[in-house]
Ligand binder design. Structure first.
Ligand code: GSH
Length: 217
């Protein structure tokens, strides 16, 4: 397996956590520097025409893209420990929580969107930061409300089993510091994230633990 990665990529953080939880290690990790725009160069655009990380190349050459699709592939091919609950309603809730982050929020704050705001609409740096802060906070409000009021919330988002929702939540929290969002008003989110980040599989996948990362972001 080859993982196309960049230290700061939150979507790749999700895949790194899942690989760690499944006890898998890519044979090669290929750095695609998002800050230098390497994702738009031909070499990577051929791998993932969406020009976005992560991408995972399997041993038979199959290219997997989109972090949630990769998480479910890893779960289907390496079922232990499971990353989705068995019961249909619980699976729907877990996928819903994950999608609030991965589908409704994260796509609004990725480099290509921030750069488009800056270059096409001349939004200045504080304006772009405000944009990111806004969408990031909106998601956290929705997540906190759901997690703090649902009887299904336990040690983790869904009971006491780690799921793709926790993986996405860890990424959301890691992105919070970038957009200067304080997690204190979201105590249930913070509790679950702290529980996750105390685990080695999450901790060593963290963006700041990757090669090339600064001491603090
Ligand atoms: N929905 C995609 C998101 C992919 C994505 O946008 N990844 C970011 C890094 S976290 C990226 O590579 N962005 C490149 C860009 O925006 O130019 C997934 O979950 O994999």
């Amino acid at each position: 397996m080859k993982l196309f990665s960049f230290w700061r990529s939150l979507a790749t953080f999700r895949v790194r956590i899942a690989l760690n939880l499944k006890g898998l290690k890519p044979d090669e990790v290929i750095d695609v520097n998002l800050m230098q725009g390497k994702q738009r160069e031909e070499a990577f655009a051929k791998v993932n025409p969406m020009k976005a990380l992560p991408a995972l190349i399997l041993d038979d050459g199959t290219v997997l893209f989109e972090s949630l699709a990769i998480l479910e592939y890893l779960d289907e091919t390496h079922p232990h420990p499971p990353l989705l609950p068995k019961e249909a309603k619980a699976r729907a809730r877990v996928r819903g929580l994950a999608q609030i982050i991965a589908c409704d929020t994260h796509p609004l704050i990725v480099p290509r969107v921030r750069e488009y705001l800056a270059h096409e609409f001349k939004v200045d740096e504080p304006g772009v930061l405000k944009w990111g802060h806004h969408w990031h906070s909106e998601a956290l409000k929705a997540l906190e409300t759901n997690l703090s009021t649902s009887k299904d919330t336990g040690r983790f988002c869904q009971g006491d089993q780690i799921t793709i929702a926790d993986i996405c939540l860890a990424g959301q929290a890691a992105g919070s510091s970038y957009f200067k969002v304080d997690l204190a008003p979201f105590p249930t989110v913070k509790r679950i994230v702290d529980t996750c980040m105390a685990m080695d599989e999450f901790a060593r996948a963290h963006p700041l633990k990757q090669p090339g990362a600064p001491a603090a972001a």
